[in-house]
Ligand binder design. Structure first.
Ligand SMILES: Cc1cc2nc3c(=O)[nH]c(=O)nc-3n(C[C@H](O)[C@H](O)[C@H](O)COP(=O)(O)O)c2cc1C
Ligand SMILES: C=C(O[C@@H]1CC(C(=O)O)=C[C@@H](OP(=O)(O)O)[C@H]1O)C(=O)O
Length: 389
């Protein structure tokens, strides 16, 4: 199963085409829209989020509410397009209209502008920034919502929350069910379980904004219900934890990934890292702890998956950083019209989608994924096989 996306940030629309989704899955626009709305929320976002009201349209692969097994096409319109039809027009410009182009020649440090220009030979850096923009994560979240719909049918739940913003670290969330974690997180403007930290995070965002600066943070994704043995140890490109790490790293501004205890493992002995194995009739094999975050040898252990990603501070700053105009080669300090000052809460929804996608794709590829019914049966059998093994 795979998907591709197309579309520019201020172009007419974003598109995703999903290939390989099983037939027989109930899919509604409402379901996907709920996740699009979650991605738009979050304290610290800029004015663009007030313009957009992201809604998906399913334009292929679904009939009377069910997937057909054919490619599923999803589109989301950019409302801002109406303000950008001249600058982002598809048709060639007449000679006398060339001033409409309003070339971008001033690359922002930390964004794709300069290097993307060098790579594709664009001397108008708008040609780079329009596609490198995290606006594209809208349709990644739409594809992730489809993946989550499939996972739900297989008894697998995915949640995400914010652990850290601008150096404010939340306590490890204390919840008995993922539902409880989700309910609390959805109410929080920064998608944080810990109310004390939530307040401090919002203050840190206010402070960054006031200083014309930006801040990053850490998000965590938790998955329950995966059967054991998904992924493989036999080849580097079949290790599922590696695929998840790549999916998280592919989110704009993400710079690191860890599973379970993560980088902390460098500081503690093996006896306090590895998860001891136990067996019971009811649960089959399980672990007293889950410090490895649900993976051994690139395969799911059947324990919850716990993966974190770190997002750097947003590169577009109101407080100017030095850069060089590519036409004049003169130094300049940027002036900015609008930007997010912190997008970590939104990014946690994107991370959730990225992880959900990799898990759904791995299940469809490993088991019989043509029809929903056979996939449900195969996953059930895998759980049972793992229990009695
Ligand atoms: C949800 C989200 C919103 C973002 N908003 C902005 C923004 O408003 N301004 C900005 O400069 N970067 C923003 N970014 C980050 C840039 O897209 C990213 O830094 C850029 O594409 C360069 O990629 P890299 O940081 O991975 O190297 C955002 C990222 C995410 C995930
Ligand atoms: C549009 C979104 O995020 C955008 C991501 C982004 C960037 O450079 O990554 C820059 C900003 O774009 P604009 O200048 O149009 O406001 C953000 O608003 C979105 O998340 O839907």
């Amino acid at each position: 199963m795979r998907y591709l996306t197309a579309g520019e940030s201020h172009g007419p629309q974003l598109t995703a085409i999903i290939e390989g989704l099983p037939s027989g899955l109930t899919l509604t626009e409402e379901n996907i829209n709920a996740d699009l709305a979650r991605r738009q929320k979050g304290y610290g976002r800029g004015r663009r989020m007030q313009i957009e009201k992201d809604r998906v349209q399913i334009t292929g692969g679904v009939r009377h509410g069910y997937t057909l097994g054919s490619p599923v096409a999803l589109i989301v319109e950019n409302k801002d397009w109406t303000h950008w039809t001249n600058i982002m027009g598809i048709e060639p410009l007449e000679e006398e209209q060339s001033e409409i182009k309003r070339k971008v020649t001033r690359p922002r440090p930390g964004h794709a502008d300069l290097i993307g220009g060098i790579k594709y030979g664009h001397r108008d850096l708008r040609n780079v920034l329009e596609r490198s923009s995290a606006r594209e994560t809208t349709v990644r979240v739409a594809a992730g919502a489809v993946a989550k719909t499939l996972l739900k049918e297989l008894g697998i739940e995915v949640a995400s929350h914010v652990l850290e913003i601008g150096g404010v670290r939340a306590n490890t969330p204390n919840y008995s069910t993922l539902k409880e974690l989700k309910e609390r997180t959805e109410q929080s403007p920064v998608r944080c379980f810990d109310e004390t930290a939530e307040k401090a995070m919002m203050e840190a965002i206010d402070q960054a904004k006031e200083n014309g600066d930006s801040i990053g943070g850490i998000v965590e994704v938790i998955v329950e219900g995966m059967p054991p043995g998904v992924g493989s140890y036999v080849h580097y490109d079949r290790k599922l934890d590696a695929k998840i790490a790549a999916a998280i790293m592919s989110i704009n501004a993400f710079k690191g990934v860890e599973f379970g205890l993560g980088f902390e493992m460098a500081r503690i002995p093996g006896s306090r890292v590895h998860d001891e194995i136990v067996w019971s009739e009811e649960e089959g094999y399980s672990r007293k702890t889950n410090r490895l975050g649900g993976f051994e040898g690139g395969m799911t252990t059947g324990m919850p998956i716990i993966v974190r990603g770190v997002m750097k501070p947003i590169p577009t700053l109101y407080k100017p950083l030095q850069s060089v105009d590519i036409d004049t080669k003169e130094p300049f300090t940027a002036s900015i019209e609008r930007s997010d000052s912190c997008a970590v809460p939104a990014a946690s929804v994107v991370a959730e989608a990225a992880v959900a996608w990799e898990l759904a794709a791995a299940l469809v590829d490993q088991f019989n994924g043509d029809r929903l019914g056979t996939l449900v049966q195969a996953v059930k059998e895998q759980k049972e096989y793992g229990r009695l093994f």
